[in-house]
Design a protein around this ligand. Structure first.
Ligand code: FES
Ligand code: FE2
Length: 342
């Protein structure tokens, strides 16, 4: 028995695909256990339909496109991009009930977001802010990775970065991450964890980044600002700056993190569980987009994945020269040019 679709927060936007994944072809995806098929119409708009034919529930993703219409591969019923049947090969009249559900879809921040809940509540203003992905001041990229766990464990992993000390000790982890105090704040739909580590030795990855970006090899002030937005999106602002250079917020001064090496990791998870609802153990996740150093290492720690991950870093005059390793399912980007981070 699989987890019912209703077990998920349905009145929310989910990143179903990267924009470049959606072409004039049929792309099946599962969002909150709802099977859907995406395609790009000839006018460039994205259509999202339920992936089950009205007639005998054949997956429509196994059919074909004819212009902007989708032809079922079983008995040839034709649907327009709104899901309305426009042709039944064996009869002259159309059954007026012959339609499949269509889903609100919006392209933003290089993702195609779909709303699996009540269409009347699908407000594009509620799409999580992931502007780093298409902001010209940032360079970034990513792709979907599959994670064999409940999507909430992906959120847990990203919100609690103390594991970096122990899991990522050769790259982004050091003792201070686990020991430094943090501040947690909450909004209506969000939670933010902020951790500052002042006047420390940079861990290997970040030491390399600030050395290449600024020629600096001394102590650093390091930050992690992790923002969750319900139901399953996390943005992580991470980086290091020269110690004492004014990056740290103090005495009402917000600080200036612009003089360091920085990145933002954006991860919109996508629930895709397959385990029974009665178990609390791992099921399937996710869609994530990310842009930062810690992200790739996280992906490497998981055996398999279903998430989107892109990495964005602020453009700088000097390119990052580190070329971190990645799993085959993760991609990254760096300030002046794209590259892998980990
Ligand atoms: S199942 Fe689609 S036309 Fe019959
Ligand atoms: Fe990690």
């Amino acid at each position: 028995m699989k987890t019912p679709t209703t077990a998920f927060p349905l009145n929310a936007w989910y990143a179903a695909a990267y924009d470049v994944e959606v072409r004039h072809a049929l792309l099946p995806r599962t969002i909150c256990n709802q099977k859907v098929v995406l395609f790009r119409r000839t006018d460039g708009q994205v259509a999202v339909l339920e992936d089950a034919c009205w007639h005998r529930l054949m997956p429509l993703s196994l059919g074909r496109l004819e212009g902007d219409e989708l032809v079922c591969g079983y008995h040839g019923l034709v649907y327009n991009s709104q899901g309305r049947c426009t042709h039944m090969p064996s009869q002259e009249t159309l059954n007026p009930s012959a339609c499949v559900r269509n889903f609100p879809a919006v392209e933003k921040h290089r993702f195609v977001w779909i709303w699996p809940g009540d269409p009347a509540k699908a407000d594009p203003a509620l799409i999580p802010d992931m502007h780093w992905n298409d902001d010209p001041a940032w360079a970034g990229d990513g792709k979907m990775i599959r994670v064999n766990c409940d999507y909430r464990l992906v959120v847990d992993n990203l919100m609690d970065l103390t594991h970096e000390t122990f899991v990522h000790g050769s790259s982004i982890g050091n003792r201070e991450v686990a020991e430094a105090p943090f501040v947690a704040t909450h909004g209506d739909r969000s939670a933010t964890v902020t951790r500052w580590m002042e006047n420390i030795d940079a861990p290997p990855f970040w030491g390399g980044q600030i050395r290449h970006a600024r020629g600096y090899t001394g102590k650093v002030d390091r930050w992690q600002i992790i923002r969750f937005e319900g139901p399953c999106t996390v943005n992580i602002d991470v980086g290091v700056a020269e110690a004492g250079s004014g990056a740290v917020p103090k005495d009402g001064n917000p600080g200036d993190r612009g003089k360091g090496a920085t990145a933002t990791c954006s991860t919109p998870s996508r629930p895709r569980p397959t385990r029974p609802a009665s178990t609390s153990g791992p099921s399937r996740a996710t869609t994530a987009s990310a842009s930062s150093a810690s992200r790739t290492s996280c992906a490497r720690a998981w055996p398999a994945s279903s998430a989107k991950t892109s990495w964005c870093s602020r453009r700088s005059k000097k390119p990052w020269t580190t070329t971190p390793t990645t799993s085959s399912t993760t991609s990254t980007s760096t300030p002046a040019r794209c590259g892998r981070a980990g």
